[in-house]
Write a protein that binds this ligand. Sequence first.
Ligand SMILES: Nc1nc2c(c(=O)[nH]1)N[C@H]1C(S)=C(S)[C@@H](COP(=O)(O)O)O[C@H]1N2
Ligand SMILES: [Mo]
Length: 492
Amino acid sequence: MFVGLATSYATAMALTIRESPVVAVAELIIRITPGPVAERLIRFVGQLDKPLLILGIVLFLLAMGAVAGLLARTSVVRPVVVWVALAAIGATAVMLQPGARAVDVLPVMVGLVTWVAVLSAIVKPLITERHHPEIVSRERRVFLSVASVFALAAVGIAGAGRIVGRGRRHVVESRRLLRLDGVTLPPAPPATTLGLAGISPWQTPNDDFYLIHTAISVPTIEPKDWTLRIHGLVDRELTLTYDDLVARRLTEAWVTLNCVSNEVGGDLVGNAWWSGIRVADILEEVGLDPTADCVLQTSEDGWNCSTPLTALTDDRNAMLAVAMNGKPLPIEHGFPVRTIVPGLYGYVSATKWVVDYEVTRFADVAAFWTQRGWSEQGPVKISSRIDVPRSGADVVAGKVNVGGLAWAQHTGIAAVEVAVDGGEWLPAELGASPSKDTWVQWALTVDLDEGEHELRVRATDKDGLVQTGVLRDVVPDGATGWHTIRVDAGSD
Ligand SMILES: Nc1nc2c(c(=O)[nH]1)N[C@H]1C(S)=C(S)[C@@H](COP(=O)(O)O)O[C@H]1N2
Ligand SMILES: [Mo]
């Protein structure tokens, strides 16, 4: 019981900023206790209400652990039933917390697996003992020593989780108190939103922005501890502190970021207002060797990617971003500093928690995803998506509103068209976009008779390139194909 509580507590501390499942249960009990009862209890125990409640829960759990242990004498399955029932209560409490996300049940699951594994490990010698009474005392000694090793491990695990969690809590606090001079948050530019309900918002709120990273426990870096070392094929190596960085001239822009792993019609794409320092300015400061053609960017967690120097130094405002939608970068999105390069997929450019820029040559390096079969170059491919109606939706026959988003960062979208049942391409109305680096909303009205229909969308970029209908997988350099959905038009 102790080891399971320890691993679940450690997981909660290390991975999320949530309280442990035990605290979630305590909060649930507080919420469902009728007011007058709670009042009377609180009057009775005063300030100690919460510690007493948690103590009560832990004592209850220890009793349940003893029950599971007794059941383990005669059955392998019955103790598991006890563990699963307890975990179900914990998971329910966690999911009923405001703003709960699916990952929040992870600590409960870790605790459950620990309970099952540790109980079976420590009772195994005792089960042998039942069959061979002559070795009783030896097996008991084994049981006691195994159990104490686990008990010690529990203390260690809980302590380690607490230390990791404390680091994260400090960074959460530093981020909250951080004031970034010059960072603004303008409203979304006029006419970017077409007003058709169901299209993803033109500006993606930070909490809804897709997340992709290889780190299991995301790096937590205090701005005062952050540095960026710029070295390699440069005239003058430079190491910037956070204060050095933000003291420089700020640049801000709306930029749409997307993942190379986004399937046709997928949602690994978002659009935000980013504030940061131009990479081109910094590279000019260090002076580039003419034989260099890329920057190998490395993050604090060791992930890396190689980015073409051309995209970092041309007019596109590649930046070392410090803020997203007017707020310091969220920790999961790379706090305190990440790279944003319009027009390139994230896997070759958007390094979160970035700490190192090595100016080098593509021929001399292989980055994380390039070693795993993905293309060295990752320019964004033109893409479009239908958001309304949803695929498989029932709609009313007649005039039906269709809409979605299209993007071709750093080229821009010139047109979007929709075809019904393989018929002619019908032009859609486009929302505004402040630059060629953001996506655009599109919408149109189509006529649908009763029955099943197929809708597909394609975009054309500002260079005149028409999105191809050839279906390609996301590996090695991004999916292609027209997003196609089926809807059922009914009489009412
Ligand atoms: N440190 C680090 N940075 C990273 C990654 C990563 O795994 N580790 N993934 C990249 C990929 S593949 C994408 S698509 C973007 C996603 O950024 P987001 O999570 O802020 O949406 O981050 C990029 N930066
Ligand atoms: Mo990605």
